[in-house]
Structure formats: C-alpha cells, structure tokens
Design a protein. Structure first.
Length: 496
C-alpha cells in the first residue's frame, strides 16, 4: 500500500514537470490536478469545470500545453479522416494502413490538388499493385493534353470524372457530339473548343465522305471490311455501308458455293450465316444442317430443246463438300486428341462424302488390326476402308475389306451392303441382289440399297454398261426402279 502511494506520488511529480505545473504546491495524489493531468496524458478531453479550475489556479503554462496538444490531436484526426476519404475516392483497399505517415497519403493529396506525380511516386503505385490509381494518373495526364489541344485550359477541373473529359475524348476520336454535350460546352463558355469542334467537323465531313467512297470502291472490288473500318462506320452512323458490304460478301459466297440463284439476298439470311461459318471452317450446328436440308435453290438446266429450272437441295454440291471436309478434319483432330479410333471411322466417312477417298484411305493405311480388341470397331474400320477403295474403283481391295469386316462382325449389315454395291459395280446383278438381301435381313433399310444402286447408275461411265444396268432394273421391278427411266432418257438424248 505504501509502495503504491509512493508510485502515485512519483507519477504526479513527473506529470507536473511534463505539463509545467510545478508551482502548484499540493503534491497529494488526491489533488484534482493529478486527475486532470492523468486525463490529459491519456488523451481524454477535459470538462469545462476542469479548464476553469486550471485558470483559477493560474496554471497558464499548463493550459497552453494542453490546448496545443488537443489541437494536434484534432488535426491528426482531421488528417486521418481526409486520408480515409481519399482512399475511398481513389478506390484503395480498406485494409491499407490508415496512418497519415503512410507514403500513400501525400501521393493522394497531390492527385487531389491536381499536382503531377514524380516517377518514383508512380513506381510506388505500380509496385504496390495500385493500378487503379495509375490509370487515374494516366487519365489526368491525357485530360490535360486534350484540354491543351482543344483550347479548353480555362476549365479548372482536371479530374477524369469531369463531363469535359468525355467530350474531349469524343472529339479526339472524331465522333459527333450530342446536343446535350454541345449545350454543356456553351454553358461553360468554352467557345474556343466549340469553334475548334465546328471547324474540325467541317473538315472531317469532307474527309469522311472521301473515306466512305473509298470503302464503297473496295467493297465493289470484292474486298471485305475489317474490324477497324466497321467500328468507324458504326461511330459515324454509316451502317448502310456495312449492310452493302455484307450483301456484296453474301453474293460472293453464294457464287463460290454454287448457290447464286438462291433468291434471298438479305444480309440477315440464315444462309449467309451458314456460308460464313463454312468459309471460316467452323462446324455447323444441327439446326443449320436441318435448315439446309429443308430448303432448295433453283438452278437453270439446259435440255436438248429448251432451258428449265430444276430445284436442288441447298445441302448439296460445294456446300455439302465443305461441310463434310470440316467434319472430317474435326474427327481427325479428335483422334489425335483422344486416340479413340471410332473417330477414324467418322473421319473416313466424311472424307468419302467430301469426294476425298484417298484421304480416308490414308487414315487407315497403317492400322494394326491385331492390336484392336473390339471386333465391332475392326469391322467398321474395314467397311469404311473398303468403301474408299470402291470410290477409287479398286474393287478387289474393296471386296477383301468387306469379307474381313464380315468375319469380325457377321451380324452387321454394313459390309453386306458394301458387297452388294461392289457386285453391281461389276455388273454381277444377281450376286448383288443376294448381298443386299443379306444386308436387309440384318437390319438394313431397303432405301439404302436403292441409293447404292442409284449411285452405280449415276456413275457408270461405259454407255453400254450404263444402259445394261438400267434395263436390268426396269425389267426387275419397273415400279420400284421407275427413277431409272429418267437416266435412260438422258442417255438416249446424249446419244443423239
């Protein structure tokens, strides 16, 4: 207890010395002065009666020290509040230190007072990942340059959120101002800027017309617009030129893909979108394919006596070949990525439909069938390979593949269909009928058999053999093979 009393007395003596109150004679820790000095030392605000007590006891030096200390405390709180406000304004993370002694505080203060930062200060912001502030600094510099360029230096606000900054950026991009923006310049008496704008707009109008004419000539010569040109046209409200370019491009694509007679010329046509995908070698969606299958184009056809228009599916000719080429490449890439050999079956099928049977054969040239475990896969690969050999008229090799495929999967109808087609190619019609029947018994659609036969008729090069197979079919079933009559008539006309 005695020791505690001594410590309090010692503390009181120290406080009186610190706050220049030694002339007060009472040194008892029970004195009101001790309570006052302890509150001051702890940064606790004094009451009015305590200030009055100090004045009554003529402790003026003590009062002066206390007032100065409290002023400093108040100033420190003000500075911290200002720092907090600046951090919020410049989007600094909340967990950044709040002390006004931070290097960041004078940097933000300089920005707020529109003073330029030094290179070391910018480096500090970059090192501390304060990129949003660096961006603001760059905007401030650009704003200052634009004000100088467009004679708007009389406008005092240099912060990038100013409406003037947006206006000057539009001027620099040679974009037109809205009525509201023009009025804003008038309200702020930026007449030199308005004059600069009007003069520039007149000059730009002449230059723009010349540029638009150049673009039109480029479009007429078959050139397409690039992204920069399209963006410029949009900014200058010349979408009509973009539409003109799209229509011209659409016409060029229709010519390239053999559908120039398709009636719809609009740039919004689904056919235009599909042809652009094919041009970019992008895969078509199933809905795109269905649309092509459901829509036709009229193509003028010459006969021996007059011209007539014949309808063809859009999903034919060059469009069909482009589609199957893209699909073939896709499945080749999938095989490279996954090593799944079913992708080779798909790729080979698409290469054949793209009239590239050699590509299909190349895919399966070096396969080791003894290392493939699944018989169904072996059969599919061999059937596809045999079909490719048939396409290039190597029928013996095609037959060998078909027989091997049947050995691996006797219940699959595909190799039997291939055998039937090979026999018809050789004009062994009864043998072909036998293999086709075997295929039908294993689930093949009779329509698929007719398609294979129709292909034989269509591709027959020898006139006598061509007529022979047609006559065989009509004698066999004139109703089922009635379509062969048109080929017979065409053959007779060509012979005249």
């Amino acid at each position: 207890m005695v020791k505690e009393s001594q410590n309090r007395l010692k503390h009181f003596t120290s406080l009186k010395s610190k706050y220049q109150a030694t002339k007060y004679n009472d040194s008892s820790p029970a004195s009101l002065l001790y309570l006052i000095l302890r509150k001051v030392d702890l940064g606790i605000e004094l009451l009015d009666l305590e200030f009055n007590w100090l004045q009554e006891h003529e402790l003026f030096e003590t009062l002066e020290i206390i007032w100065l200390q409290q002023f400093r405390m108040g100033e420190s709180k003000r500075l911290e509040a200002e720092f907090s406000h600046l951090k919020a304004k410049y989007k600094v993370a909340k967990n950044w230190e709040s002390s006004v002694g931070s290097v960041l505080y004078p940097i933000l203060w300089k920005l707020e007072s529109e003073n330029s930062l030094t290179d070391s200060e910018v480096q500090f912001l970059q090192d501390n990942h304060l990129t949003q502030i660096v961006a603001i600094v760059q905007d401030i510099k650009r704003f200052a340059n634009l004000k100088q360029k467009y004679q708007a230096t009389k406008y005092q606000n240099s912060y990038p959120d100013s409406p003037l900054y947006k206006i000057l950026k539009k001027l620099d991009l040679e974009a037109s101002l809205s009525d509201a923006e023009y009025e804003w310049l008038l309200d702020n008496e930026l007449f030199e800027t308005i004059e600069f704008f009007e003069k520039q707009e007149f000059i730009n109008e002449i230059a723009n017309d010349k540029y638009v004419n150049t673009l039109k000539l480029n479009i007429e010569s078959g050139k397409t617009l690039n992204e920069t040109e399209i963006e410029w046209l949009k900014n200058h409200e010349r979408e009509d030129i973009i539409i003109l370019a799209q229509q011209k491009h659409f016409a060029g694509l229709k010519s390239k893909y053999g559908v120039l007679d398709y009636q719809d010329k609009s740039h919004t046509s689904l056919l235009y979108i599909i042809l652009q995908k094919l041009e970019l070698k992008e895969r078509l969606e199933p809905t795109d394919v269905a649309w092509l299958q459901d829509n036709n184009t009229e193509v003028p056809q010459a006969t021996y006596s007059y011209y007539m228009c014949q309808e063809y599916k859009l999903f034919s000719g060059k469009i069909l070949i482009a589609y199957h080429t893209i699909e073939a490449n896709f499945y080749e890439q999938e095989f490279q990525r996954t090593d799944n050999k079913w992708n080779l079956v798909n790729a080979s099928s698409h290469w054949r439909k793209a009239n590239e049977p050699e590509q299909a054969l190349q895919l399966t040239n070096n396969l080791h069938f003894d290392r493939i475990q699944v018989n169904k896969l072996k059969s599919a690969l061999l059937t596809s390979r045999g079909g490719a050999f048939r396409d290039i008229e190597k029928l013996d090799k095609a037959e060998n593949c078909a027989h091997q495929a049947i050995e691996y999967q006797p219940e699959s109808h595909h190799p039997y269909t291939l055998m039937g087609a090979i026999c018809f190619e050789r004009h062994q019609y009864s043998d072909g009928e036998y293999w086709f029947q075997e295929a039908i018994q294993r689930g093949a659609n009779p329509r698929d058999m007719d398609s294979e036969i129709k292909r034989v008729v269509k591709n027959a090069k020898d006139k006598n053999k061509h007529r022979e197979v047609i006559e065989y079919l009509l004698k066999k079933d004139s109703q089922r093979y009635s379509w062969a009559k048109s080929y017979l008539k065409k053959s007779q006309n060509n012979g005249k």
